[in-house]
Design a protein around this ligand. Structure first.
Ligand code: PEP
Length: 252
């Protein structure tokens, strides 16, 4: 059985005070939640304070990006071991906004994911097609290329520390969710590709999250699909009540 993961990507929102207040509000709402890996990803500057606020709770901390070098003359970058130092257990890598606006490529995603895993972090590796790519029938080819590039040279052990997030770019922040069937189709494709690349055991174990306008009213349907193992949530993770409702999808 795969433990579902519900991860909140707070993007470029929330001051330290706002992020810690949100965690303090969220904690009692999810204190009784079992069998779900709960993750929040605040901005870098809030990480260590949010780590303090969530200490002793069932909420885990992610960063939204990292660099692949451990240290050196790399102004502005943050190394995976510094994320561990700040209290992170997870890191999001290759989010479509980073691919779209900051020149992230499958090659840099691969380097970052390897470095993150070597530092002991769980790497949440994002893939997803644009609307153009979907409409021109290229979805599977795009996902295959992104996934193969992102996990190139991984061993099965390294893959075991990765989580894949399928986030169709056209569904992120647009209010347009992929239908359960559209999401399931791609998730099943990703799992079959993992089976081809790493074997059946790895394919059965890997968590594949859906991301793209996940809300309290669509999470249950998405989670009922056999290959959807959780969600990466943007907008709806910014408020404690809506994020808790998504996290507690099993009891709603
Ligand atoms: C995201 O940021 O990964 C995301 C899926 O955003 P939203 O839920 O707002 O579409």
């Amino acid at each position: 059985m795969r433990t579902p993961v519900i991860a909140g990507n707070w993007k470029l929102f929330k001051t330290i005070a706002e992020a810690t207040a949100m965690v303090n509000e969220l904690k009692p709402l999810v204190a009784g939640t079992v069998g779900v890996e709960i993750v929040v990803a605040p901005v870098f500057t809030a990480l260590s304070r949010v780590a303090e606020a969530m200490a002793g709770s069932n909420i885990r901390l992610a960063a939204q990006d990292c660099y692949w070098e451990e240290e050196g003359a790399f102004t502005g970058e943050v190394a995976p071991k510094l994320l561990v130092d700040a209290g992170c257990s997870h890191v999001i890598i290759g989010h479509s906004e980073r691919r779209q606006y900051f020149g992230e490529t499958d090659e840099t995603v691969n380097k970052k994911a390897k470095a993150a895993i070597a530092a002991g972090l769980s790497a949440i590796v994002c893939v997803g097609e644009t609307l153009d790519e979907r409409e021109s029938g290229k979805t599977f080819a795009v996902i295959e290329a992104q996934l193969k590039g992102s996990v190139a040279d991984f061993s099965a052990n390294m893959l075991a520390q990765a989580i894949i997030a399928y986030e169709p770019v056209w569904a992120i922040g647009t209010g347009k969710t992929a239908s359960e069937a559209q999401a399931q189709e791609v998730h099943a494709f990703i799992r079959s590709l993992v089976a081809k690349l790493f074997g059946q055991a790895s394919a059965e174990a890997i968590r594949i999250l859906y991301g793209g306008s996940v809300k309290p009213d669509n999470i249950k349907g998405l989670m009922s699909q056999p290959d959807i193992d959780g969600a990466l949530v943007g907008g709806a993770s910014l408020k404690a009540d809506s994020f808790a409702a998504i996290i507690n999808f099993q009891s709603n």
